[in-house]
Design a protein around this ligand. Structure first.
Ligand code: PEP
Ligand code: MN
Length: 362
């Protein structure tokens, strides 16, 4: 998939591609005040939602098309490119009519192929930059599918935005980061720029810095952050918005990372450590192979005795004892749980495969 690098999008960019502005456009004054606070912040574009996809009816659902005129004023008065969220073809047409510089697709729209296709068709023939947020559920294929639909419509200025995923577990974050998904997106679509939206991941302004830094540690290309002149009064996402002054200070405090270093000392040491990891990984895989061979022998024994493959009590015992062992090695219970769940599932699958091959005991 060939996409245009962010530096060639014709929008201001120094080291990072930065989008900043309020969650929602609320009034012309609020928009102009936010933009004035961000005019010298080095942002690539000013953001504000006009149509707000809200979970509950009756919440503030955005000011609608009149907000696009306010964004046009921001571009004229502060020379800032402007962007908003589009969720259907009518939104796209309104954005094209008002010469909006960039649109993003929200987390509730990305998973809907019908909506994405009509957005892609409405954008066909334009050179509109499009930022695609991850779907609310941790489904990488839906994210990639949406990106491909836009690319198939001839769009070349495409980037992904990681905004975290809904989780049934009560966690620190409003939307759990689940970094392995954007990391896998980067592996599958290597040229695609990726931004982080720490505001929607965190849900609380005080957590934003650490998530933004983590994104830079993982080599993200930029950030989209919600900035409001008066966060406490915001009509949507009040707890996660920061002021323009806080935004500028946050950006200054971030440390940029690079994939390589020209320090010889670094290069020698990292190579040594990588060799150690390579050799340990080889051992781990060899051990897993041996473990699986034993699991298959057990499967065979169970088959000949008409015993079920799943042994709930034994499984419970394995989980508890492995979590306890892991904690001695300072490994989190969640990690050990997921690891052994994967190992156990593979063992069951292998036992099932043998069972299907051999049929019932005869
Ligand atoms: C937003 O950016 O204001 C927004 C609605 O985000 P998301 O689609 O990530 O929930
Ligand atoms: Mn928001």
């Amino acid at each position: 998939m060939s996409v245009v690098p962010l530096k060639e999008w014709g929008m201001p960019i120094k080291d990072l591609f930065l989008g900043a502005g309020p969650c929602s456009a609320e009034s012309e004054e609020q928009i102009l005040e936010a933009a004035s606070g961000l005019a010298d912040a080095g942002v690539s574009f000013f953001r504000a939602g006009i149509w707000k996809p809200r979970t509950h009816p009756g919440s503030f659902e955005g000011v609608g098309e009149k907000g696009l005129k306010w964004l046009t004023r921001v571009r004229e008065e502060f020379s800032l490119p402007v962007g908003t969220e589009a969720a259907n073809a009518a939104h796209v047409r309104a954005c094209l009519n008002h010469n909006i510089d960039v649109i993003w697709i929200g987390a509730r729209t990305t998973p809907n192929p019908f909506a994405i296709q009509e957005i892609a068709d409405a954008l066909r023939g334009s050179n509109m930059p499009v930022l695609v947020k991850n779907p609310v559920s941790p489904d990488l294929d839906l994210w990639i599918g949406a990106i491909k639909r836009l690319h198939n419509a001839g769009l070349k200025k495409i980037a992904a935005i990681h905004r975290g995923f809904s989780s049934s577990k009560k966690v620190l974050y409003r939307n759990t980061p689940n970094w392995k998904i954007p990391i896998e997106l980067k592996r599958q679509l290597p040229g695609l720029p990726i931004l982080c939206d720490p505001s929607h991941i965190c849900g609380k302004s005080e957590l934003i810095f650490s998530i933004a830094q983590e994104a830079l540690d993982l080599l993200y290309d930029g950030l989209m952050i919600e900035v409001h002149p008066n966060p406490a009064q915001a009509l949507s996402d009040s707890g996660q918005q920061i002021t323009p002054a806080e935004f500028k200070s946050l950006i200054r405090r971030l440390t940029l990372k690079s994939e390589i270093s020209d320090s010889n000392e670094y290069q020698t040491r990292i190579n040594e450590l990588r060799l150690e990891v390579d050799s340990l990984d080889e051992h781990i895989i060899e051990l897993l192979g041996k473990r699986m061979e034993i699991a298959k022998k057990m499967g065979d024994l169970k088959r000949r005795n008409n015993v079920s493959i799943l042994q709930p009590e034994r499984w419970q015992e394995i989980i508890e004892s492995r979590i306890a062992m892991g904690s001695e090695e300072k490994l989190s219970g969640e990690f050990i749980f997921q690891l052994f769940q994967a190992i156990h599932e593979e063992a069951i699958q292998q036992q099932e495969k043998d069972l299907r091959k051999e049929g019932p005991p005869g």
